[in-house]
Design a protein around this ligand. Structure first.
Ligand SMILES: *Cc1c(COP(=O)(O)O)cnc(C)c1O
Length: 332
């Protein structure tokens, strides 16, 4: 099938580099590991969300939106990225955040507030039970002021945002061709699902021999399979209404979640230290550190012994690293 992306607003610095992690590969004595540096999509726009937001912002512009409303955890990278993009385009932003209001803003929340975002904090219970109503409340609030609010779902993961990593897969295929190798696996952290789902759709269409594995950082495999189904249907309805929605066997590994979203165990902090020390690469405890801890565990236990080349997609998250300073401070 020919995949033709809709309009996008160019926001990310693309293509991002694809680099070999030679010292990590030697250390693990397994397949060659490569890293797709989507932490370098931009200094403040670092990470994966900006790829999806290129397409989502284009859609918001067709609706003449002047306020972007979105939601996520207190340290949401997606919310920070949305706030900065809004500022870059002269739009207002409003973030509906899961978590009690902190005394001092830190990490992503601090940056979002610098970019002028309005922040609303809700306790985890209220957020979980009431999110659609909370979002509707703020949409009505801005409409009553004569504004045109545009609602972006968690992680910009919907049928529009899917294009971010369908086109990301295409970019990665070109990277591998240029560097002269075939990827056996492409791996990433999965949170709201859009990155993994986009990559899975992109690769299954353009280069089906490449397997795509997502390491869940919250929620189980069934949740992510349902979410993928929903995203693919939404995508299909919007862009290919005459086709059947894609049927893709999603490879989600939910065995490294630990105690839940944002809760990182020792293996995650070990992975963060290892990558920083061996490769000068900064991971984060919520997403990339968890996924790399899973990848390292599976390489050392022989689960990738049939693979020669693995690409890990570094989805960013560096600002989310800093609020974990206490767990990361070495004993000195
Ligand atoms: C959001 C995020 C992810 C997960 O991507 P999804 O598309 O939401 O699954 C991974 N890593 C980082 C750093 C993120 O901010």
């Amino acid at each position: 099938m020919e995949l033709s992306p809709p309009d996008r607003v160019r926001l990310a610095s693309l293509p991002t580099p694809l680099q070999p992690l030679n010292r990590l590969s030697a250390h693990l004595n397994g397949p060659k590991i490569w890293i797709k540096r989507d932490d370098l999509t931009g200094t403040a726009l670092t990470g994966n969300k900006v790829r999806k937001l290129e397409f989502v912002l284009a859609d918001a512009q067709t609706e003449s939106a002047d306020v972007l409303i979105t939601c996520g955890g207190v340290q949401s990278n997606h919310c920070r990225t949305t706030a900065l993009i809004a500022a870059q385009h002269g739009l207002q932003s409003h973030l509906v955040l899961r978590g009690e209001k902190p005394e001092v803003l830190d990490g992503n929340t601090l940056l979002a507030s610098l970019a002028g975002a309005k922040l609303s904090f809700y306790g985890p219970r209220e957020y979980q039970d009431q999110l659609p109503a909370l979002l509707e409340y703020w949409v009505n609030h801005y409409q009553a002021q004569g504004k045109r609010p545009y609602l972006i779902p968690t992680g910009a993961s919907n049928g529009i945002g899917l294009w971010g990593y369908i086109t990301g897969a295409k970019e990665l295929i070109a990277d591998c061709e240029r560097l002269g190798f075939n990827a056996d696996y492409v791996c990433c952290a999965t949170g709201s699902g859009g990155t993994h789902n986009g990559l899975a759709l992109g690769f299954s269409t353009l280069s089906p021999d490449v397997r795509v594995r997502g390491y869940a950082v919250c929620d189980d495999g069934d949740y992510f399979r349902r979410k993928a189904d929903q995203d693919y249907r939404d995508w299909n309805n919007r862009y290919y209404p005459n086709n059947q929605p894609p049927q893709i066997e999603l490879d989600v590994d939910d065995s490294y979640i630990g105690k839940g979203y944002g809760a990182a165990g020792p293996a995650v902090f070990d992975a963060i230290r290892l990558l920083a020390r061996l490769e000068g690469i900064l991971l984060d405890p919520v997403y990339t550190g968890k996924a790399v801890a899973g990848l390292i565990d599976q390489i050392t236990t022989g689960r990738f012994d049939d693979s020669h080349n693995i690409v890990f997609v570094h989805t960013g998250g560096v600002f989310g690293l800093l609020p974990y300073r206490e767990q990361l401070t070495p004993q000195i």
